[in-house]
Ligand binder design. Structure first.
Ligand SMILES: O=P(O)(O)OC[C@H]1O[C@H](OP(=O)(O)OP(=O)(O)O)[C@H](O)[C@@H]1O
Ligand SMILES: O=C(O)c1cc(=O)[nH]c(=O)[nH]1
Length: 233
């Protein structure tokens, strides 16, 4: 794993060891059969949560330091984004208290609450703030479009998106012909909203890093899958 950045290599090892990244045969939301599957919902153990929060935080710090990302609030879309954004906010404050010690988090409710404090958003108010969305994966981009609309409705400005995995996969062709070149959902979101989008790991990283951690057969099938479904952007 020499060529992967240390935080990416650590994260990949934790994801494979913890059974979060699995190899086999999996049907995706798109109905494609994938030889690998990443389930961020499986990061429920303390050591795994620590590992994913560290990887998100280091990815965010790197993007921030490079000047590609500026934000005030870390936002986790319901439901799986909520613990990810919360843990990432804590980790940002631990890794660099001077810069992130007062960084806030926020998340949405899937259904608005009509009593108590009411509303759609829990955590820091978004009005006038730059909001960074932290979530697990982008598949079609639908959930991210919904999150962007909610943030804008609350007066926030979406500053960027960070996900754990970029599958680098093309969107299904409207006529169902998967041999045609197509862009990725991440690429379409980047263009549509002019947003920076970052991933801890890409499929290229997984293929590079799985050597020595997965069987030859799993590596070959994952490479074949990439060749078949790689996006044009
Ligand atoms: O490409 P996208 O349309 O953004 O879809 C991907 C999202 O969909 C799933 O979450 P879902 O919205 O089902 O909510 P959950 O976190 O409650 O499972 C998944 O965990 C991603 O976050
Ligand atoms: O495309 C999907 O459905 C999908 C792929 C993946 O690796 N992980 C996930 O949660 N969903």
């Amino acid at each position: 794993m020499a060529s992967l950045a240390p935080h990416k290599a650590d994260f990949l090892r934790a994801a494979i060891d913890g059974g979060v990244l699995k190899f086999g045969s999996f049907e995706l939301k798109s109905k494609r059969i994938s030889p690998y599957f990443f389930n961020a919902g499986d990061f429920y153990r303390a050591d795994l949560l620590e590992s994913i929060a560290t990887a998100y935080a280091k990815t965010i710090i790197e993007a921030h330091q490079s000047g590609a990302l500026n934000f005030d609030i870390v936002f986790g879309p319901a439901y799986k984004g909520i613990p990810l954004a919360t843990a990432t906010t804590i980790k940002l404050g631990q890794l660099d208290p001077a810069t992130y010690g007062k960084t806030c988090y926020s998340f949405d409710r899937k259904e608005a609450k009509d009593h108590g404090e009411g509303g759609n958003i829990v955590g820091a108010p978004l009005r006038g703030k730059r909001v960074l969305i932290v979530d697990d994966v982008i598949t079609a981009g639908t959930a991210k479009r919904e999150a962007i609309a909610k943030i804008q409705k609350e007066g926030g400005v979406v500053a960027g998106i960070v996900v754990a995995l970029d599958r680098m996969e093309k969107l299904p062709s409207p006529d169902g012909d998967d041999t045609k070149p197509m862009p990725s959902a991440i690429g379409e979101l980047r263009k549509e909203y002019n947003l920076p989008i970052f991933a801890i790991l890409t499929l290229d990283d997984i293929i590079e890093g799985m050597k020595g951690l997965a069987s030859e057969d799993d590596i070959r099938r994952t490479e074949e899958y990439r060749a078949k479904y790689k996006a044009s952007d």
